[in-house]
Each structure stands twice: as C-alpha cells, then as structure tokens.
Design a protein around this ligand. Sequence first.
Ligand SMILES: [Zn+2]
Length: 449
Amino acid sequence: MSTHDTEINRDATRLLRLEGVSVTKVKDDGAGGSTVYVVTSEDSARACPSCGVFATRLKDYRTTAPRHLSCGGRPVSIRWRKARWHCTEVACARGSFTEAIPQVPARMRTTAALREAAGAAVVDGGRTVVQAGRDLGLSWPIVQHCFEHYAAEVLPEDPPVTEAIGIDETRRGKPVWKQDPDTEKWELVADAWHIGFVDAIGGRGLFGQVEGRNAASVADWLSAQPTAWRERICYVAIDLCSTFRAAIHRALPHARVVVDCFHIVQLAQRHLADLRRRLTWKQHGRRARKGDSIYTVRKLLRRNNEDLTDKQRDLLKAELESMGTYGKQIYAAWQGKELLRDLLGLAVTRRHVTPDPSAISTARHRFFAHVADHAHLPELVTLAETVEQWWDGIETYLTTGITNAASEGNNRLIKLEARNAFGFRNRANQRLRSRCATTRRSRREAHPH
Ligand SMILES: [Zn+2]
C-alpha cells in the first residue's frame, strides 16, 4: 500500500469510526447496505493478552462480523479478517490468541462505537431502551448494558458542588393494595416513594434518589456524600415536612432550611376552604347551592387579591357581609390569607438583594395581629402556628429567594421518563434513568458536542 493509499484508508476508518483496522474493500450487499472488508492495522493487536509480548508466529486467519453502526444512512456489515497467533514465549502458558483492538475487544460481537451510540441514545438522547434497540438493531439486554456503562462514564461520581439543594419525595408508580384472605382486610403492600436530592439553584438536576419516606433515608444519603460537598451546602429547600427538617439538622447541622413558600400559600388556601365549608354548614345546614351568597363568591375567595377587579373585591365584601357573622368570619380568613401572601411577597426575586428587614417584621406583625384578633377561627390559628413553627425557614426564603421549584421540575421529567418506559419494574434502573433525564441539559451545556 502506498503512503497515499494509507492516508485514504485512515480517513475511511475514521469515517467508519473503526480505528485499528484498514478497509480493503467495500461491496454493495445487494440489500441497500454495504459490506466492508477490513484487516487489522494496529500492531498492538498482536500483543499476547497474557504476557504482552508481540507474537510473530502466525497460526491462521478467521473472519468475524462484529455488528457496527450504519454509515451514510446505509447499514454496514463488517467482515474483519483477523489473525490468530502462536505465543512463543517460553514462560507464557497461553498457546495461541486472536487479534483484538480497543474497538472490538476479545469475544465482543459489537463494536465500541455501536455500544457507545446505544448508551448515548438512552442517556443523552432520552430514548427508551426499546427504541434505541430498534434503531440500532440490538437486543434489549445489550442496550441496557450499554446504557448502564455509558451512564457510569458520563454521570459525575460525586455530586457537583452547590450552595443549595432541594429535597422532596415522589411516588414511584401506583400504590398496590392486597386483600388478606384470612382477615379479608385490605392492606397496602407496595407504596414506594423516592426521595430526590436536586440542585436547587444551579440547574444541574438530580444528584441522587433513595427509596423510603423517613428521616433515616434522607440522613443516610446525605451522610454518604463527600464531606467537602456537604460542607459547601448552606441551604436546603424542602416542603413543610418536619421529617426532612429533622434529617437535615442531623446530617447537615450547619445548613439552613428553606421552606418552599408555594406550599405555605397552598396550605393557606386549604385552611380557607375548610373554614368556608365549615361555616357554610353552620349557616345553611347543607352545602352551598346556587342563590346563596357564599356560592356567588366561592370562586373569588380562591383568587389572589391583586387578581380581583375593584368590582369583584366589592362584591366579595358585600356578599359576605350580607351573610352576617359567618360571612364576616370567612372574610376575615380571606384577609388573613392575603396578609400572609403580602409577607411572602417580600421575598427577593433576585439573589443577593436583601429585602428590608423592617418591611418583613411589619408584614409579619400585621399577619399575626390579624390572627390574634380572630383567634376564634381555628383554621386561621392553625395556619399561624405553622408559620410560627417554620418561621426560620420562611425568613430564609424571604432573604434568599431559594425555592424547591427545581424538585418540581425534575419530578415532571421523572414522571415523563417513567411514562415513556411504560413504568419501571426495576427501581435501581428507574433511579439511574431519572438521573440521566434530569441532568441531560446541564451535561450538554458542560460538554457541548
Ligand atoms: Zn503470551
């Protein structure tokens, strides 16, 4: 082969992504694909796998057909003529061996390029194992193996350093009930939850997931992470979950808990709805129906003050006042919810811009004073107690603006991933796939191809 031919050959193997072999011939296979004949070009292929000495005594040749990627939109069948060598080293126990190159190690029936493509299709491309297998002509177990291998290569072993993490739980699949044949009682036999740990501010997705719903599972995962990573965490965003709070105090004693205030507003809405239903029963002895004042304004009660027109605000007040005492109490509860929203609305929207502390204490005082004036409304009192219990976390939210929104976003991706896979049987597999799905974007940004 001339130098020029060698150059062309190198380009051909580069195009095929088959380093270590040289193309000798390409034939049309008569079925829309190409048959590519190659021979070994890498000298190290004749190194004995046992002793490492280059063999010189040829035994014979054999041709193998490792599966490979298609090229230029056409399926490619490889025919690799490879040598078998005698190892003549006296001290070596091996009699003979067949050539191997990194692209096709011994006994592999697929090329590394094909296996990598299969792994990347699932991890980076978001394809399911079934789809990737269909696209590349590989079986499910092989693609699954490639996926696990590729994920281990590209996912960081330790979570990336961040100042704030978010923790929350998602249900894995549907709860399963079973009837005990003896007692005829229904029992919950499977109700698996995954607790997810996410990057709350950097958008780097899911750091990890554990099964369970208790403080121990959270503390165990956190404690298992590298000390340097744990020390850098200043904030942990959670919902109103005292189990998680206890676990954080135990595993990350220096970190501050941030309460996701979206959940506080939700809680306020729920308490208001409870109170409205309770007082409607007291007033009418039944549920509200068309024609009742409370029926007219029940949708307005759910709205935020700033979303009401002046006319609607007047209507809300007038209708509730026309109901008498109970109506006035419902109105007071609505005001309480709005005062709490005023307080939460003081949160910084951009980080590192500290809100006025006196504004926070004024708004907080107004809310608690309003509740004190209406201490006969248990729903309002319970809400105020929750705010009091979680005040540290609420205040940290107000001054940092950190939320657990990243967890919610990831949960959507995780559910989508589960739906695409028609549910997961294997939970470890589900966790790995979830991590790949939620870190996809940040990995792409870090290593753009
Ligand atoms: Zn040897």
